[in-house]
Design a protein around this ligand. Sequence first.
Ligand code: HSE
Length: 306
Amino acid sequence: MKKVTVFAPATIANLGCGFDVMGMALDEVGDILEMSAEEGDGISIVNSCEVPLPNDIEKNVITPVIRSFLAKLGRNAHINVDVKKKIFPGSGIGSSAASSAAAAYGMNELFERPFSVEELVEFAMEGERLACGSAHADNAAPAVMGGAILVRGYNPLDIIQLPVPDNFYCSVVHPHIVVTTKESRSVLPNQIPLSTAITQWGNLGGLVAGFYKSDVKLIGRAMKEVVAEPHRKQFIPGFDALKEKLLAEGALCMNISGSGPSVFALSEDKKAAEKIGEIMKLHLKEQGIDSNIYVMKVSDKGAKTI
Ligand code: HSE
């Protein structure tokens, strides 16, 4: 029986103006799965981490990833998964994508790598479909591939990995409030004015250019969001005041991480990012909300065996 232990990183989706089409991977924090395959049929999932998981495997994002992988491969097997480490669900740093990406990557290792990384992203997207009803790739793609990712198109899936500047640190605050992706998507408008679209695509072009030019100031300037943020910021107490504080302290930008409720800010060095993290925590404390802070380098590494 072959056994693998795999890691997939936390990710920040949207990166401000790249709603559903941009995302990037973070260092160190992520999910760890131990996986094995044996003869037979079915999936067993054991939870060895501190985060509660659904007992019903039909509600676990790992299940559709494994099923879609085996269906495309045309093989039967019984897959055992032991969840060793897990990002807290609802944290806004790609909890479902980290498990889905780790499962897709682990399956590929167990079956002698039959699929490309792009195909692994498609399997991981099945986990996202279960988690929120929409098979978006902006967390799943960076969780599998690492780095900053542009999803140029969905039909067919066209993913571009962008170079990540060296001097790039992310402070993420996870407030202890729950906002599901479903809820956070339900407040979005179906249509936007042309002037809003113009602002958004100007920023998105600037963001992609910023990654290619390794220009962190341009990235910061471009990471502005006018489509989802105005509707979603209601879920994050004191959002505008926090942004004002962080920009005044020298953060390059501040945005909602994915569908929230986490918020992230980018800085050019680790010390600045740590200070920004402290301000974030203090700000939420003043609102009566506990939080976790993560200060991490933006990573060019995705899912891997450990
Ligand atoms: N792009 C998705 C959203 C990310 O903003 O709804 C969900 O994590």
